[in-house]
Design a binder for this molecule. Sequence first.
Ligand code: PEP
Ligand code: MN
Length: 363
Amino acid sequence: MSNEKLEQLRSDLDAVNLQLLELINRRAELVQEIGKVKLKQGINRFDPERERQMLNLIVENNKGPFKDSAIQHLFKQIFKASLDLQKDETQKALLVSRKKQKDNTVVTLGPVEVGGGEPVLVSGPCSVESYEQVRQIGETLKANGLTLLRGGAFKPRTSPYDFQGLGEEGLKILRQVADEFGLKVVSEIVTPTDIEMATQYVDVIQIGARNMQNFELLKAAGRVNTPVLLKRGLSATIEEFIHAAEYIVSGGNSQVMLCERGIRTYEKATRNTLDISAVPILKQETHLPVFVDVTHSTGRRDILLPTAKAALAVGADGVMIEVHPDPDVALSDAKQQINIPQFNEFVAKLRESGLYKESAPVL
Ligand code: PEP
Ligand code: MN
């Protein structure tokens, strides 16, 4: 007898499930129709006020046994699923996603096309220290047929007592040297209100690892047309990195390049752990150019060349490396910068590998 009762209840439950299914789908059809009307009228699909009204009406009529909070939770899920129904896969994708744009974003900087197939080098000192220091590096880059000159004028340092950079004066030096040798300037900006000022001097705004989730800085970089080189945060996941890039692109600046610069792990043999797998993942998931910073990821002069080769072999669009005329007396990163002869050898060996061919036209 009790078995029969159970069977009956189960069959009633199945019937109710099917009724619910029909009603939920009927609801979905209505939502789709509303979506079409809204699209015609140019109204935003998501309307939190309307959602609140619907939830209030539902809760007012709730006679239990479900608690109001449980009912609200269930209906929130239904609302969310209905809203998703109005968008297809492309609409749901981020702007930086490959799903949104199949073709690579190419950032043109003078004679180089970053992301256009031929890898490029970004090189220069960790910090801008003097005109003469940067001039020597500018000359070296030119002699090697390179275009992208880096140098930090605003330095985010771990200790407030360490050299903080020359600021705007440093940007002026970079610009002057770049103009003398026909180079393009990449330099880090750390303050949102400095972005506008920086566009007068730099060709690429770098956003450093420590600022990858400085959302106001990302938004400020999104409001200008100057290309941005965004470095991965010290402990940022690839997903967080991609979302940081989305901040800039959704703000209106599509010229964004990514830079893997090593992440924090327990390993002590290198300064950071170069996440080489991030390169093909970022290339697959986004359409943005991807760099690998071999200096900050390894912190070791003896493995710059093999890691640069590895980066290019897995599809990086470029490599960043720090070079200083006299690394031993450098005001930052003295241990890991290489000198000019070592740099010349690095470039020559990278070319020998066949993975790298960059050569700027002689002016
Ligand atoms: C830099 O490139 O100058 C720098 C400070 O690197 P990161 O932000 O990756 O630490
Ligand atoms: Mn450095």
